[in-house]
Write a new protein. Structure first.
Length: 358
């Protein structure tokens, strides 16, 4: 019986990656970013596997609530904060820490005095131009938060780096300078680094780091592999062969007849497609691992199937195991072939793929 597609999540790899991160930024506290279903690894099981971290971060209120309902007691930070009174009250009820990045959120807090019992994280926009107070607007916002009654338990300061993965570090240094200038003399713990900030060329500092991608064992830097950084992939997307056929020279495989056999070929059909999150943009020749050997994808990715050329392999049959990405075939490499980034592939693993914690 062949095993159909599943994502095997390696809890030990997740914990190993936390230790690699801790060793890279000694003394910093780790806020594990588990938004987007923990980058496809399963929100709750990932958080439970990472029980030793100092805090979790999520993008949406529902994610934070779900973690609390499943018994997660660690601090949880809502990276986008809240936008309505109802959300603010719910966040408060579930003891979630809020990022405050906009004046509207300051006014919400002012209007709901009983909701600042957790730490607040004021976000300063130092160049990303996505969320956060511009440096010139930050002091007034900070002062207003400080003057809330009852006073917030703690006000912390954060910013987000736009280009920490770039080797020359120019953008990062400019952002760090703006952050330092805007926050000079203001007390409170600071958080700046995402994964690329942790492993990049410019040391960024701060009492807290916010790794996402690196936790899952993918490299945040284009010029370094995960293995070089000591990280271990936490997800193996695996499936198996469901048919093997002989394709005579000159015939084509799959939709659009996008691949033609230049010689008689043996083609294995594999149970994985864009319905599972394997991008349709993968071109002919993208590596796929069959029984531990790399073979090329041929033809278009369909919804439920892909085809690979196994002419060079001997013993391939129904049930032969296939790895689409994992320890032996880094997701970064597959992402590059698809013209995208590892983040998108990991988050894109679809709901019909069972996530099994190993
Ligand atoms: C998603 C996110 C992170 C984690 O980024 P990685 O590149 O995956 O490490 C950190 N901080 C903020 C504000 C984020 O939105």
């Amino acid at each position: 019986m062949s095993r159909l597609i599943r994502a095997v999540i390696d809890g030990a790899a997740l914990r190993h990656n936390v230790e690699v991160i801790r060793a890279r930024v000694p003394g910093a506290r780790v806020m594990a970013v588990v938004k987007a279903n923990a980058y496809g690894h399963g929100l709750v099981q990932t958080a439970l596997a990472l029980a030793g971290v100092d805090a979790f971060a999520v993008a949406r209120l529902e994610e934070g609530v779900r973690l609390r309902e499943r018994g997660v007691r660690a601090p949880i930070v809502l990276l986008e904060g809240v936008f309505t009174r109802e959300q603010l009250r719910e966040a408060s009820r579930f003891e979630l820490e809020l990022v405050v990045h906009d004046q509207l959120q300051v006014e919400l807090l002012a209007a709901e005095p009983d909701t600042h019992r957790q730490a607040l994280w004021v976000k300063i926009d130092t160049g990303m131009n996505r969320l956060g107070f511009r440096p010139e607007a930050f002091p007034a916002a900070h002062e207003r938060l400080r003057s809330l009654r009852p006073s917030p338990r703690e006000i912390r300061l954060m910013t987000h780096l736009a280009a920490a993965d770039e080797a020359d570090g120019r953008m990062t240094r400019a952002q760090l300078e703006r952050f330092a200038a805007a926050t000079r003399g203001i007390p409170g713990e600071r958080s700046i680094a995402n994964s690329a900030g942790i492993f990049g060329t410019v040391p960024v500092g701060g009492q807290w780091v916010r790794p996402g991608l690196a936790l899952y064992g993918a490299s945040p830097l284009p010029q370094r592999t995960a293995a070089e950084l000591g990280l271990r992939p936490a997800m193996r997307l695996e499936t198996s062969v469901i048919a093997v056929r002989h394709v005579p020279r000159g015939e084509t495989v799959g939709y659009g007849a996008a691949w033609r056999a230049e010689r008689d070929a043996r083609i294995a059909i594999v149970a994985a497609g864009y319905g599972d999150g394997v991008p349709r943009s993968l071109p002919n020749g993208t590596p796929v691992l069959l029984a531990g050997r790399r073979v090329p994808l041929v033809g278009r990715v369909s919804m439920d199937m892909i085809a690979v050329d196994v002419s060079a392999l001997d013993a391939v049959g129904v049930g032969t195991p296939v790895e689409l990405w994992g320890e032996q075939l880094p997701v970064e490499e597959v992402a590059r072939a698809a013209g995208t980034i590892a983040y998108e592939l990991l988050c894109g693993v679809s709901e019909r793929v069972p996530l099994e914690l190993a």
